[in-house]
Design a protein around this ligand. Structure first.
Ligand SMILES: [Zn+2]
Length: 323
């Protein structure tokens, strides 16, 4: 596997906050300006805001921006199996909604839930298509799904939208990729002059990563998706904020507040402390990538996750919690 020089990518100049500076990889896209703007974060799950929490906190707690979080696939969550061994999916969703409510409040952000089902889809390109088809079936058609995003775009009127990179969703989770595809269909329905800037967090957080990446990401450090040549700007989370904390501290807050997902951090047993060079989020612009690019997740996630769709519930539960 080709690995880019992570050092080359990471050694960007510290950015004058809250404007994000360009990276050392030419050509740089225009800087991302957050202060004073209307910023929409679109995620599939409660906790998807964590990576973006430093930017949102800096912009919306201290720099006059307005932040709003969408959580699209909050219903029927399998997400409490791994950490808690909790099989009750309604209860899990309820707990996770409370967690992201607290996380949004900590960012001085408002939030809303679409209430779509998380489902269980393969962590590859086919899984994204199944996810979109499943949601369309459950919600009365694909255009209804896009309509729901339109409703948020028209009421919040964001100038900037932040989301996971739809080419891989950072973890290869199909929910992460499916919701961004729908978001982009909605953005395209707007008049060109009404369209927000769309920026994607493009880090690598796939389970079962190669050792050289896993030893960074397991400690909540951030690395760029390997081999990606798209122009990138780096958001530096090491900058001190007016409250004396750093932006990265707000990432740790988000992990603590999403306690069902990050038990070690939430209980205080682990305080993430990655090297400062790994406290930077790589961001790519929609205009610089093909959001429908296929193939990046085909062999990435562990085999079991690439085949979860065909598993009966009890087999899946056993596979995750080993009983
Ligand atoms: Zn997620």
């Amino acid at each position: 596997m080709f690995m880019p020089s992570l050092l080359t990518a990471i050694l960007s100049l510290a950015s004058p906050s809250p404007q994000v500076a360009g990276s050392s990889e030419a050509p740089d896209p225009p800087a991302l300006v957050l202060a004073g703007r209307r910023i929409l974060h679109v995620g599939a799950h409660p906790d998807d805001e964590s990576t973006f929490a430093p930017m949102l906190a800096e912009a919306c707690r201290f720099n006059g921006a307005r932040c709003h979080l969408v959580v699209a696939q909050d219903a029927d969550s399998w997400g409490c199996l791994m950490g808690l061994g909790l099989e009750d999916r309604d209860k899990c969703s309820e707990m996770r909604r409370m967690e992201v409510s607290a996380s949004a409040a900590n960012l001085n952000a408002t939030h809303e839930f679409f209430g779509w089902r998380e489902g269980r889809y393969n962590w590859n390109d086919a899984g994204v298509e199944s996810n979109l088809a499943g949601l369309a079936r459950e919600q009365g058609g694909r255009s209804r799904l896009v309509d729901r995003f339109m409703q948020t775009l028209e009421s919040f009127r964001p100038e900037v939208v932040l989301a996971f990179d739809p080419r891989h969703g950072t973890t290869c989770h199909p929910n992460h990729r499916a919701v961004v595809r729908l978001l982009l269909e909605a953005v395209d329905r707007l008049e060109p002059r009404q369209r927000p800037e769309v920026w994607f967090g493009s880090d690598f957080a796939v389970p079962g990563a190669p050792e050289e990446i896993a030893r960074i990401t397991d400690g909540f450090g951030i690395v760029r998706w390997p081999g990606d040549r798209a122009p990138v700007v780096w958001y530096d989370m090491t900058a001190p904020l007016p409250d004396g904390r750093t932006a990265y501290d707000y990432l740790v807050d988000a992990l603590r507040l999403n306690a069902t997902q990050f038990g070690e951090v939430a209980t205080g047993r682990l305080t993430p402390s990655p090297d400062p060079s790994h406290r930077r989020l790589p961001l790519v612009r929609r205009a610089d990538i093909d959001p429908a690019q296929a193939g990046l997740c085909e062999e990435r996630a562990p085999g079991f996750l690439r085949n979860v769709e065909s598993m009966p519930d009890d087999v899946f539960v056993k596979a995750v919690i080993g009983r």
